[in-house]
Structures are given as C-alpha cells and as structure tokens.
Design a protein around this ligand. Structure first.
Ligand code: PAF
Length: 272
C-alpha cells in the first residue's frame, strides 16, 4: 500500500513512470539504464531485489554482491524518485505457490545451463510490474535471452506497459559490465576480454558471408585459448524468436556464456 501511494503520487498530473528492475550491486551498466529511463519518462523507480527463485541450488545466491547503502547513494545522485527494495518475505509471503513458467524461449542457452532460472525471472518481473505498475520498464540487452523472454511474457500475459532494451555498457577493453565481474581475479579479469573479442571476430566473419558453424567453433576455441575454463554455448540466434540459426539471416544475434574460475559470464552481439 505504501508503494502504491508513492507511485500514485508520482503519476499525478498524468506523469509517466519508468521502472528499472535490478538485483543491486549497481555499476555503470545499471546507471545507463537509469539514464535511459530518465530520458523516456517523467519519473524513475528502481527496484533492488536479489531474487532467490532465479538462482539454482549450487549458484551464488548467498554470495551475490550486496551493498544497499552504496546503491541508494548512487540512485540519489542520478535523481531516481523511488527505490523499491522489498525483502524476501514481502516478495514471497508464506504459502506463495504460483509462478510463471517460460516454455521454449527459456529452454536453450542460459535456460539449459540454469534450469528454472527464467521461470524465477519471469515470476519476479511480473510481480514487480504489478507492484510498481510502471508505464515503461527497462532491461539491459546484456541479458538478451532475458529481454526476449520478458517482451514475450508482457505480450502473452497482456501487461500494459512498454519494454525497452538498453545497449550493453562495456569497459574500455570491451568486457561487458556485470555485477559478477567483481568475482574475477586480476588475471581472470584480463583474460575475460577473450569473450567479447571472440564474439566480435565471429560477428564480422558471419556478416561477411563466412560459414556459421566454422565461425562459432572458432569463437569457442578462441575463448578457451584466451583463458576460460569452459564454454556453455556460442550460438547464432534469431534476435526475436531466439531460434538457433545455421545460416545468417537478419535480425541475428550472437549469444555466448563461458566459465572462468568460479565465474560464469555472458555476452552477446548483433550480427550485420
Ligand atoms: O537482470 C536482473 O538483474 C534480474 O534478472 C532481474 C530482471 C532484476 C530480475 O530479478
């Protein structure tokens, strides 16, 4: 009720509200979403909630970086109107038993390595939409599969809001910004550029008419040669339906996930 009153106050005078859902540990990538939100709406609401239902039993839920005081200070500096930070008992009260199941869009890529992950994401995002009731919600393109799934969910379940994707923010050396980069040792951080570099080379080869399977295999080999321990997937996908493509046609996206030490990193790139 407190949140609804606060959002209603922001909406007075037909003002629009954009929501930026996050799990905190905010970095420049998140702040670029907040700045985009400020450009497209009158008021910005940011949510911070480390969502337990999108972590698998052997994943980093407990260790996930949390620094609410620092996050709040950054959001104040950015002129964010409202920070919504429910605790787990508010988000999932005792007896919570209803969830959203994402079918085929969530089965491949990160969904294959992280069973149930996208059901947890879709459920919490639907709840955040119902809690905050924004006119617009903004998600990073870094989680391309997540963005595609949320767009589809909004369409399938008739959420009356616009979903916008924000371009990937990268460090100077090309590594996509991620809260999980904080896990990397200095040596791993240096090696991690192998991921964006391999995607860039593959995108160039594919857009130039090169053999898709060959370009994907070379990217995978280059990522491992660059210092990653293993590759979960490197794939060419239809940018909207996420169907795997064996031949280049637009709109296409290269998607990748790879593991270095204890850290799993994802990245993606438009092709052509
Ligand atoms: O991308 C994220 O940070 C999370 O998956 C999201 C969208 C906030 C849902 O918990």
């Amino acid at each position: 009720a407190t949140l609804h009153r606060a959002v209603d106050a922001l909406k007075q005078g037909r003002k629009s509200v954009a929501l930026v859902p996050t799990m905190g540990a905010l970095h420049e990538g998140h702040l670029s979403l907040v700045r985009m939100a400020k450009r497209v709406a009158d008021h910005v609401v940011v949510s911070i909630f480390v969502n337990p239902t999108q972590f698998g039993p052997n994943e980093d839920y407990a260790a996930y970086p949390r620094d609410e005081a620092k996050d709040a200070a950054l959001l104040v500096e950015e002129g964010v109107a409202l920070l919504w930070g429910p605790d787990v008992g508010v988000m999932y009260p005792d007896g919570h038993s209803t969830h959203i199941e994402v079918a085929e869009l969530g089965a491949d890529y990160c969904g294959a390595a992280r069973p149930g992950h996208f059901d947890g994401v879709a459920t919490v995002v639907a709840k955040l939409f119902n809690q905050v009731r924004p006119d617009i919600a903004i998600f990073g393109e870094k989680d391309w599969q997540q963005l595609a799934i949320i767009r589809r969910m909004a369409r399938d379940l008739d959420f009356a809001l616009d979903i916008l994707g924000a371009p990937i923010a990268r460090d100077k050396d090309g590594l996509a910004l991620s809260s999980r980069n904080a896990y990397l040792s200095a040596a791993e951080r240096k090696a991690a550029t192998a991921l964006p570099n391999a995607l860039k080379a593959a995108a160039k080869a594919i857009a130039g008419g090169g053999d898709v399977a060959g370009a994907l295999a070379k990217a995978e080999a280059d990522i491992v040669k660059g210092g990653f321990d293993s590759v979960d997937y490197v794939a060419l996908a239809d940018a909207d339906s996420l169907e795997r493509l064996t031949e280049f046609r637009k709109p296409a996206r290269l998607l990748a996930a790879a593991r270095i030490g204890k850290t799993r990193l994802i990245d993606n790139l438009a092709v052509g």
